[in-house]
Design a protein around this ligand. Structure first.
Ligand SMILES: [Zn+2]
Length: 752
């Protein structure tokens, strides 16, 4: 539904002035009907509420006021840009102009907005009304006149200021069921730059809401290879208890490194049938505002960022919509305060070590709120180095300031501290003879300066048992981290050491001791990482020293620098501009080529992209009637372009996936059917299985007069309504259409 992209040039000249006003205004904005607001902690997003007169907006229909979808609700490919109003399963209710202004445009978008009418208002704002049965007769007549002047039978028509004025409260259209969904009215408010704004900011457009939001679940997420939650590199789900609006969580997770908080919450309004995510989520640390996410407005071009604001993999796993209370590098939405990259991330650097009291507050636009409180322990990230030679275990503390004590503990009942050293000793390096402990499980533990234990290794020293066997490994790439699960059929006799090397750089992986026979190793990749990497796992079985190696070929792409990957055969290049990814990612290309249809798979293919990378196929033939196709959420086709010589290039896809080059040399197939007794007097089926039909190119004519076409979604056919046909008297009906590569087709039928 990007039809309007590019129609409204960004107002670059006024942008910096607006920013100044906005920066000033955020301190003063608050929803006016918020009872009991504490003014000092009001979360705000970049938005100037004085841009438009919110009291001027009128409820747009006589169908009722039951809301069925809220602003910024989740849609597969975008934020819901407006409000949905129930029409009780019927069509034909009146739609009123919300304000004075003029008719700006009318269009039909199959599968999306259906018939959509847009008004523009004197302050530059727009209101739009979608899924209409039709606009009023006078608007429709003016629309047909415009299409004829444009030489089109179908598509978008626009009006200039003064051409078709409307007054607040005028009937402009009738509710319908065109486009997606059952009968309902969808309406939107858009700012001067055509960015959707939350209609709830007007009290006139806000449903009655006295119900507080419900906080369902929280998730803590380790954000990089050096982070952990409760000694583990996996997400931690927290379920608050309490009947609401006050929830609490009993557990006190221990956090190291950089950890993010995500929240699954709902906000119902009285009588509304939807469960949207709340208008505003706030994260407080020890009572201070730490991060706020407010769904006031989003840039039209960033509607797809819904897959970044909400955790995509949890949604894919049907675990619900978790909203992130931290800002990732390539997320450019203006929901967040502060706006800095990494804002909201919990770390020892940002909030210090020790116990921290956190509150997550969910607020709706009417000011109802719920909160969940819990405590986390920010632990110091103590690093040690260990080495085994024979029966001698040597340990060295690498982070002396963070640690009070280093211990070796024997798993027994009760656990026995075998030996311990203070940090001064441990910095120098210490060693112990393990012979006495053969056959028992040892733990290497550090105690940080606030008393947290950290387990660095679990292993069973001694000679090989008879069953001492092989290493089982499983590899997974999670964004730019490489994760190995290492499992032995019998316990490790020494904690494994895991390393990654690439281009002369070596990095040690973080190993998490799950138990004596299982470790999870998390290896980082880094900016500039490109090409073949070698991974080594070193471990002992009995007195035998063993090395297991793996190799991996990939390119590290960062939001700030972008990056480029090339297929092994050099025929396919994928270039990432800055901000095409929203967080660093390790990419691979696999060649699937056949001679006729070059094809490549790029992974990871289930991570949403922030932008669209530039795909380029080498193409030496002169025939340009080829296009690039990629599996994104929907089949999507590229525009042809060739800034690189001997290549066809296109920006396609919101996910990575399989990229193919397709050839299309023939125009669409057209089938015309006369159905005189029907409301759809002439039916036209148009299909193009390769590049697709360019709907805006369709021209239908009776003799040499252009005739408007409507679209039936049920039949997936265009048609000439009987009422229109009656106005024409001709002998021949013809249709002319292009596909997306410009291949043309025509078809003619005698009318009598
Ligand atoms: Zn809607």
């Amino acid at each position: 539904m990007k039809v309007f992209a590019g129609m409204f040039p960004a107002r670059i000249a006024t942008a910096s002035i607006t920013l100044l006003i906005v920066a000033f205004a955020v301190f003063f904005y608050r929803p006016e009907s918020s009872p009991g607001e504490d003014t000092k902690s009001e979360g705000t997003a970049i938005y100037d509420s004085s841009e438009t007169d919110w009291d001027d907006y009128l409820w747009p229909t006589d169908a009722g006021t039951v809301r069925t979808s809220d602003f910024a609700e989740f849609r597969r490919t975008h934020f819901h840009a407006g409000l949905d109003v129930s029409t009780g399963g019927r069509t034909g209710y009146n739609v009123f102009a919300m304000r004075d202004g003029w008719v700006h445009s009318l269009n039909f978008q199959p599968g999306g907005y259906g018939w959509i009418l847009i008004l523009r208002h004197h302050d530059g704002y727009y209101t739009s009304y979608a899924h209409l049965r039709s606009a009023t007769d006078s608007i429709m007549q003016s629309y047909y006149d415009k299409l004829r002047l444009l030489g089109k039978s179908y598509g978008l028509a626009t009006w200039e200021r003064g051409e078709f004025p409307v007054t607040r409260g005028d009937i402009i259209a009738y509710t319908g069921d065109t486009g997606a969904g059952p009968p309902h009215l969808h309406f939107e408010i858009r700012d001067k730059d055509f960015n959707p704004v939350n209609p709830g900011l007007s009290r006139n457009l806000r449903p009655v809401d006295s119900l507080p939001p419900e906080i369902r679940q929280l998730m803590l997420v380790p954000l990089d290879a050096s982070s952990s939650i409760n000694e583990s590199w996996s997400n931690l789900l927290l379920t608050p208890v309490g009947s609401g609006p006050l929830y609490s969580i009993g557990a006190m997770p221990v956090i190291r490194g950089n950890v993010g908080v995500m929240v699954r919450a709902h906000d119902r309004a009285n009588g509304a049938t939807d469960y949207p995510s709340p208008y505003r989520l706030r994260l407080l640390v020890d009572g201070r505002e730490y991060f706020t996410s407010t769904m006031m407005r989003f840039a039209d071009s960033l509607a797809w960022h819904i897959r970044i604001d909400r955790d995509h993999s949890l949604m894919q796993a049907m675990k619900g919509e978790f909203r992130k209370l931290y800002r990732e590098e390539g997320n450019r939405l203006d929901f967040y305060v502060p706006r800095d990259i990494g804002a909201g991330v919990l770390s020892a650097e940002s909030i210090g070590i020790g116990r921290k009291h956190l509150s997550v507050i969910a607020e709706d636009i009417a000011g109802n709120r719920a909160s969940a409180t819990f405590t986390v322990m920010l632990a110091a990230d103590v690093r040690i180095q260990h080495e085994v030679s024979g029966n001698d275990l040597r340990l060295k503390l690498l982070t002396p300031d963070l640690c009070d004590e280093l211990r070796v503990v024997q798993d027994a009942k009760p656990n026995v501290v075998v030996t311990s050293w203070n940090s001064d000793q441990a910095v120098q390096g210490v060693s112990m003879d393990m012979r006495r402990y053969h056959g028992s499980t040892l733990r290497i533990v550090t105690i940080d300066t606030v008393g947290n234990e950290q387990i660095h290794a679990r292993f069973r020293p001694g000679p090989a048992s008879r069953t001492a066997g092989r290493l089982y490994t499983r590899r997974e790439i999670i964004f730019d981290e490489i994760v190995y699960d290492l499992r032995m059929s019998s316990p490790f006799t020494e904690p494994p050491v895991v390393r990654i090397s690439q281009g002369g750089r070596v990095a040690r992986g973080r190993v998490f001791a799950l138990d004596a026979s299982r470790y999870r190793a998390v290896l980082p990749t880094w900016a500039g990482f490109s090409g073949l990497a070698r991974i080594e796992v070193e471990y002992n079985i009995g007195l035998k020293h063993i090395q297991w190696t793996d190799s991996l070929h990939g390119v590290h792409i960062t939001p700030h620098l972008g990056g480029q990957i090339v297929s092994d055969d050099g025929q396919f290049v994928l270039s990432f501009s800055p901000f095409d990814v929203y967080r660093p990612m390790l990419c691979f290309i696999e060649t699937l080529s056949s001679d006729t249809e070059p094809s490549y798979r790029v992974t990871p293919d289930d991570v949403p992209l922030s932008g669209r990378p530039l795909a380029a196929f080498r193409w030496t033939e002169s025939d340009r009637r080829v296009l690039i196709q990629v599996d994104s959420p929907m089949r999507s086709y590229a525009d042809e372009g060739h800034p690189l010589s001997h290549a066809i290039t296109a920006r396609v896809g919101r996910f990575l996936g399989r990229y193919r080059l397709l050839r299309d040399t023939s125009g669409p197939d057209i089938r015309i059917e006369l159905a005189r007794r029907s409301r759809e007097a002439i039916r036209v089926a148009i299909g193009d299985s390769v590049s697709g039909v360019e709907s805006a190119s369709i021209v239908a004519m009776i003799d040499d007069m252009i005739v408007p076409l409507h679209y039936s979604e049920r039949r997936a056919q265009w048609y000439v309504p009987s009422a229109i046909l009656e106005r024409y008297d001709g002998r021949e009906f013809s249709v002319h259409v292009k596909d997306r590569l410009g291949n043309e087709s025509s078809e003619t039928r005698k009318l009598r």
